[in-house]
Design a protein around this ligand. Sequence first.
Ligand SMILES: [Zn+2]
Length: 157
Amino acid sequence: MLEKINAWIDDTNRKNYDRRRACTEFAQAFAGFYAPEFLASAYFVVTDDIPRPDFPELRQMGFGDFMDMPASGTTYKDTYYIRSSAVSALRVHFHELVHVVQWRELGALNFIQRYMKEILTCGYADAPLEIMAYDLDKRYGAKVDAFDIPEYVIRNL
Ligand SMILES: [Zn+2]
């Protein structure tokens, strides 16, 4: 199942390759939080149809509610998909970039496995990978002094 999801993700990112935009445009807004080199290696796609691996097996495993949940954004590896209604919300970009770091640090299969386990055992709102991302985007929204987000994520995973 992990391999199947992983392959679906690669396929989805490949299909959207020409539509993605580099996150370098947030260099100023996220200065001190995300380095320009990191932002240059992360991408986003604006869409009102956030892609989901809607496999029947996943619904059987109990991910139905999660898959039907309306999300502002979803991150797959180095690319996140964001609704046009959320595209001007810097906190959503900030949040999804936390997930880009998590994906990178854990590795794709580990991230998928851990994220799925957290959703099933804790629920979306209490999933530790989500709590970390929400906590950090909230701090950014509260205008705290800038600190290195990738470094923080790596230390706290
Ligand atoms: Zn999230």
